[in-house]
Design a protein around this ligand. Sequence first.
Ligand SMILES: [Zn+2]
Length: 358
Amino acid sequence: MHTFDKQAARAATLADPRWVAVQARDAHADGSFFYSVRSTGVYCRPSCAARAARPENVAFHATAAEAERAGFRPCRRCRPHQPSLAQRQAALVTAACRAIEHAEAAPTLEQLAQPSGLSPFHFHRVFKAVTGVTPKQYATAHRSRRVRNELERSHSVTEAIFDAGYNASSRFYETADQVLGMTPSSYRAGGVDSEIRFAIGACSLGAILVAQSERGVCAILLGDDPDALARELQDRFPRARLIGGDRDYERLVAQVVGFVEAPAIGLDLPLDVRGTAFQQRVWQALREIPAGSTASYGEIARRIGAPTAARAVAQACASNLLAVAIPCHRVVRNDGGLSGYRWGVPRKRALLEREAQA
Ligand SMILES: [Zn+2]
């Protein structure tokens, strides 16, 4: 029979980045996790307006179902077992982001709003509130990101422009200063560097580092040693200025931790995915493997139209900087066995087991 260790329970809650979100009653964290209160037997969303719980009584749960399995009942006030407004809006906005990313030409506001059933005006407001940018800015940023990636890899600037879907280079040069903050040739020469904010927290898989550029989440790293994670970030972004996270930023970390604990929920944050065109194709294919299933390296190679490139696919998986968000843990050997994982085979196994249960 184990006794309740109040000090340990209190320390565990205080060390968890999700506690910051609970104390702030942060509606942005709704849907990414739930918390239960031992003294009342109730579980809540992070934003619940109920009286603050003592940290020693608090436990975190990835899903409402998990909180119920642990014997807690839903709070009557915040109704944590029903989808929140924020969750419904996040789903709409995520769908719109995917539509923008996959469209050849940027969809109109009317086209984007249509599936949501909202008026274009209302949809625009919701999109801006969730992402911080307008649909048009998101489309421009997405296209310029593709241009950046192509520039880094290709010899000719003109070729890069056509690869990225700009139909006339004169139009590209008109907007190049806006999207790159400099001319294309100076970007290729190395150019100026960005600021990257980051913070390190703890999750059930160990230490977790979350980093964000001005374009989106650019790294989610897992490991045992927080210092090693910070060094790895510096190695991967040698020219960036790294800034430790502040209070505001911890909210984002809480959201990512919630997502890592329950990947099926999805992460409704823009990602800043940096890699060669080939790596991007592999990573996009990984994002299309649903939670709870796996694919082999050979299958991914076939899906991206490069059936002999299984080894290169494995290398692209190993270069992934966005743990769980780009689910390289869902790629297995051709015989179904777990092969290497950038962040260790035990973490891969834990993630796959968790997703199989959900
Ligand atoms: Zn509640």
